[in-house]
Write a protein that binds this ligand. Sequence first.
Ligand code: UD1
Ligand code: CA
Length: 492
Amino acid sequence: MSANSPAAVLVLAAGEGTRMKSKALPKVLHEVCGRSLLGHVVAAAEELTPQQLVVVIGHLKELVAEHLKSAHPAARAVVQEQQNGTGHAARVAVEALAADGVTLDGTVIVVYGDTPLLTAATLRSLAEQHHAQGNGATVLTANVPDPTGYGRILRAAAGSADEGSVFGIVEHRDATAEQRAVTEINSGVYAFEGKLLIDALARIGTDNSQGEEYLTDAVEILREAGHRVGAVVAEDYRDILGINDRVQLAEARRLLNDRLLERAMRAGVTVVDPASTWIDVQVGYEPDAVLLPGTQLHGATHLGEASRVGPNSTLTDTVVGAGATVSNTTAERAEIGPGATVGPYAYLRGGVVLGAKGKVGTFVEIKKSTIGAGAKVPHLSYMGDATIGEGANIGAASVTCNWDGVNKYPTVIGKHARVGSDTMLVAPVTIGDGAYTAAGSVIDGDVPPGALGVSRAKQRNVEGWVARRRSGTASAEAAAAALGEAAGQPEA
Ligand code: UD1
Ligand code: CA
């Protein structure tokens, strides 16, 4: 089998992850940059197009199985009922495959579900070197500044026949002081010859401080059986970080984010402050987009050419058109047209389509609405379930009264309509093309095209009220002065 398409990738993700102290969520479902820890590993594995992609699940298995089904339906979940160690987990996987008649002729890659920074390129290079060196097993290792907690790589002594090959792997808690001084660690990523792996797994014992079947023992078993075990040292140790607790979770998020931002910057995106800018793996962008500080881009958000987002904006599954500006805004599933402006201080909530050169201004909330090209909702308004025609203008503090407490109703505002400030649009209601509404109106009936809708009490002024009812106040004095001027000097 060619090194490019492994016979199988086995992802081990059944462990409880005690050090994460996570009650409701299994460790491997914790998220960094828009994907679960497990999802990152599975995504890297998928890129190798293995013939079999197996994920071993156990702790909170229903949640993990459900997650795989929705996010990675091609992966096959195999249950490890009791978490008796990484060797046991791998054995459960190969036994499940054997039960289905899968013989694993070729390379089998084993990875742990808690190494989200692992890339397909690293896996590919491991498989290639495994193949090229003709090894029975090859371990991906790394030299780390602090090896605490990791399994240490024991290399065959200099001058020995198999100098440089891997002699064994010893877990931190089982290691002597001398072994603990070794800084080359086991990443938990391995390439095995399938048949050899199956044999080795059947022979792993539990003679260690945890009484578990350690996959790492397969190395020694294969070496003793006369097979060469090689090592590939990762170029950057950070790529293989295993996440055991929430401190490492934050570290991994930071590293992955740095990697994603670097990729964006190399593609022509300006990131003013990488330290306060966060993006998910699926985020896309065009050259000359600018990200201002405090910006988070989630999901399938896409930035158009020369668009400008931030500061302090959180966009989820939002498409920003070319040249659009979005500032101090929260948007979910919005489509912002080219040249449009949003914010500062806007909230686009669930399914908003803003046309080219449209505007959603300050302290404005829009929900599930379509706003035509060049239409504007500049200040202090709420538009929900509305369709606003091109070139329309919605005056400050206007509101669609779209909910009667039970049902939601639509509002339709025509092209080039002018909704006066503080108009309450009681839905369902239609404002015709080119129609106006008078400021302060409560509009609960349709306004025909070109008409002015007015609905408000007639104003009445009670002359002299302040002088009579508020005499001696600053207001009364100001009024007297004004009236004096207007009426000329009072008689002496
Ligand atoms: C393991 C390695 C260690 C390596 C480190 C790299 C072993 C014995 N040790 O240690 O050499 O340096 O990873 O990060 O392999 N799992 C199961 N079933 C089980 C036990 C674990 O599926 O019964 C899964 C876990 O969900 C996890 C992975 O295997 O994703 C690794 O288990 P973990 O307990 O995190 O191993 P480490 O102590 O980190
Ligand atoms: Ca681990």
